[in-house]
Design a protein around this ligand. Structure first.
Ligand code: HEC
Length: 179
């Protein structure tokens, strides 16, 4: 009789241990098959999530790629980097102007808020597709009091095609010419 009791106890102990292992491995491998399933994981490239810095499409890309120079609130740096908040160029009704700037870069002397700036901004045409540029510029044109309005991927595509032989940064006099 005694050995049956021992066998039964072993059976119970192994049973509990193996089901604990089973459930644990389910949690790791079964339920959270993708990082996105993990309730505490935050996608740093999310187009829109509830995180403090990635609320609107374009905002995450802006924070990552443009904010280092132009500032998270688009204020720029007096005498060195033009502000995007209140920028006539960024908000221009001719949306091809800011699109041309982001695709090809921008250089040469400009004057913003009474300050001369003679800097160089690099081209982004190889970094972003049309949709990403549209989202970044839409974010710029609808944030910090800006009223330029959204830009579509088709508008970016059109400008990209029309300027595809372009090499080098745009200058202000060139941008004043309609595309
Ligand atoms: C390395 C710094 C730097 C980064 C990064 C940068 N810019 Fe610029 N940006 C500049 C400078 C400098 C100018 C002005 C160039 C000149 O002096 O002619 C400028 C000008 C502009 C202008 C024109 C503003 C005006 O009022 O004339 C726009 C629009 C703009 N940038 C958008 C962007 C966007 C969108 C991004 C991100 C994709 C970006 N920039 C990233 C430095 C930068």
């Amino acid at each position: 009789m005694g050995k049956y009791i021992i066998a039964f106890r072993l059976f119970v102990i192994f049973g509990v241990a193996s089901s604990t292992l089973f459930i644990t491995s389910c949690n790791i491998k079964g339920f959270f098959t993708k990082q996105g399933d993990d309730p505490v994981w935050v996608d740093p490239n999310a187009k829109s999530s509830k995180g403090p810095d990635v609320g609107v499409p374009g905002q995450a890309l802006f924070s990552k790629n443009c904010a280092a120079c132009h500032g998270g609130a688009g204020k720029g740096l007096p005498g060195a980097i033009p502000p995007l908040a209140g920028s006539a160029m960024a908000n221009d009704a001719d949306a091809t102007k800011p699109i041309r700037i982001v695709l090809h870069g921008f250089k040469g002397e400009i004057e913003r808020n009474g300050q001369k700036i003679n800097g160089v901004m690099a081209a982004w045409k190889s970094n972003f597709d049309d949709q990403q540029i549209a989202e970044i510029l839409s974010y710029v044109r609808t944030s910090w009091g800006n009223t330029g309005g959204a830009i579509t991927a088709d508008q970016v595509k059109d400008v990209r095609e029309k300027t595809k032989s372009r090499n080098g940064a745009m200058t202000e006099p060139e941008l004043q010419q309609p595309l």
